[in-house]
Ligand binder design. Sequence first.
Ligand SMILES: [Zn+2]
Length: 156
Amino acid sequence: MPYKDKNSPAARESSRRNSAAYKKRHPERILALRKDHYARNGDAIRARQMKRHFAHRDEMLVKMRKHYLKRVYGLTVEQYEALGTACEICGDTEERKLHKSGKPYRMSVDHCHDTGKICGLLCGNCNAGIGHFDHDPDLMMKAIEYVKRTHAAQTA
Ligand SMILES: [Zn+2]
């Protein structure tokens, strides 16, 4: 039975129910409509998504960083910043080491994988370097002796 007022709550509820029932009866038609819509408007849809993405990108990166520090190291942003900005081995800073994009390079928080204890701030290179030596001082001493014996003589 038709409704006098198409905008009455009862009419709207009835319309919603009919529409839901139609979608359930003809999933293939709904899918075809969606595909057709996307084929015709895909470029505009993607452009709108990218615009939204970039409008919130910086604020999202800040949030992601905050959650990453908390989740991985149990640190707040303030605690992270209190560690300083320079690599404890080579002394490079986040400001000095810039990404190609011009954004500051993020230091690695060196931590003990067994206890989770924070050891200090390292740049990616130094962190990877000691990681490759398994944080083993004896092995690193041997590497130093090797480099001194074989490479330092050539540059001296
Ligand atoms: Zn370093």
